[in-house]
Design a protein around this ligand. Structure first.
Ligand code: FEC
Length: 307
């Protein structure tokens, strides 16, 4: 089939300027505006990383790079559309544009490796609802891609590279982290936690890591319990257990954005400094061609599996 297939690349999205932080935060909170204090705190975090997050730019480079690879591999050509969860271009608008452009068949991928009903599924739901309302396009979904071989290769390279920056790599603790979610997912038979362990354990085995563990980061500021332990508490515990070096691998994220540039590079680094720990963060994937090749493989795999 040489008819172009729609390629919908979705990501979290970030405010395009500080003026957009309020509508963005309100959208994240399902339409409930944040308090003045919460808003000021989020603006402060964006200011600390330079005013805006590089996420918009990185997402665009990732999406365009992926489309380029797909249009060069001899498979079915694609036409790229981008949809963001919390900012423009919003997912339903992207699906509507695909419909207006006459796209009948499409494939959707979210730029986050692990599946959860509270993360990836909420993107897919928006696509499904919009396409059902309009009467098209018909979508296939890449559900998760955390075990894509080239993704694991790229992740292993980054952990190894970070360990090489430690003074005593064999004694450093590798902490694999991902965005925390409300702890109630544990009662929902959700695969998120298991998938994080699956990719992390694979890397640990491949690199023969003797010291590695899992932590959560960037938990929401709500009253309900979130998955733990939080990476900041883990740093304190590791210090007490006698560790002096830690490698932080935020394997649930694929770009340099607020949750990495602030939560790890500023907040966790400050905690590490207080404790006298040497903290090294693994490089994010961004638009590394080796990573984009993993996404290409995931798209082609989902296309084949649907046939
Ligand atoms: O650079 C940027 O500006 C955007 C960074 C960003 C990414 C991201 C990814 C994920 N989130 C996930 C879940 C939640 C849940 C809540 C929540 C809240 C926030 C807030 C900001 C934020 N998230 Fe996010 N997330 C990013 C940014 N996130 C800002 C609001 C302030 C705060 O709490 O810090 C809680 C919502 C609620 O209050 O009910 C849940 C998950 C991911 C990874 C998967 C994905 O990319 O979709 C899961 C990037």
């Amino acid at each position: 089939n040489t008819q172009p297939m729609g390629l919908l690349v979705m990501a979290y999205g970030t405010p395009h300027s500080l003026d957009e932080v309020l509508p963005y935060y309100t959208d994240i909170r399902h339409g409930r505006p944040p308090s003045d204090e919460q808003l000021a705190d989020l603006i402060r975090r964006y200011e600390a990383i330079g005013g805006v997050s590089p996420l918009t730019d990185i997402t665009r480079r990732q999406a365009e790079g992926l489309a380029q690879l797909l249009n060069a591999d001899g498979g079915r050509p694609v036409r790229l559309y981008q949809g963001m969860k919390h900012t423009s271009p919003f997912i339903p608008d992207a699906v509507a544009r695909m419909y207006e452009d006459g796209i009948t068949e499409a494939i959707a991928i979210v730029l986050a490796p692990h599946y959860s009903t509270m993360s990836i599924e909420t993107y897919h739901q928006q696509v499904r609802e919009t396409a059902a309302r309009l009467g098209g396009p018909s979508f296939r979904y890449v559900r998760q891609w955390h075990m894509e071989p080239r993704f694991l290769d790229a992740l292993a390279d980054r952990v190894q590279e970070a360990l090489a920056r430690c003074r005593e790599p064999q004694h450093a603790m590798v902490v694999f982290s991902a965005h925390s979610l409300p702890a109630r997912i544990l009662e929902m038979n959700d695969p998120y936690v298991e998938q994080l362990h699956e990719s992390g354990d694979t890397i640990a085995k491949r690199l023969d890591l003797h010291h590695y563990m899992y932590a959560w980061q960037s938990a929401g500021r709500t009253r309900e319990p979130w998955l733990g332990p939080d990476i900041l508490d883990v740093l304190r515990d590791l210090k007490e257990e006698g560790y002096s070096e830690v490698v932080s691998c935020s394997q649930g994220f694929v770009a340099d954005h607020l949750e990495v540039l602030y939560d790890i590079d500023i907040e966790a680094q400050a905690r590490a400094r207080e404790l006298g720990l040497h903290l090294v963060r693994t490089r994010q994937m961004n638009d590394d061609p080796a990573f984009l090749a993993a996404l290409r493989d995931a798209v082609r795999r989902a296309e084949r599996e649907a046939e």
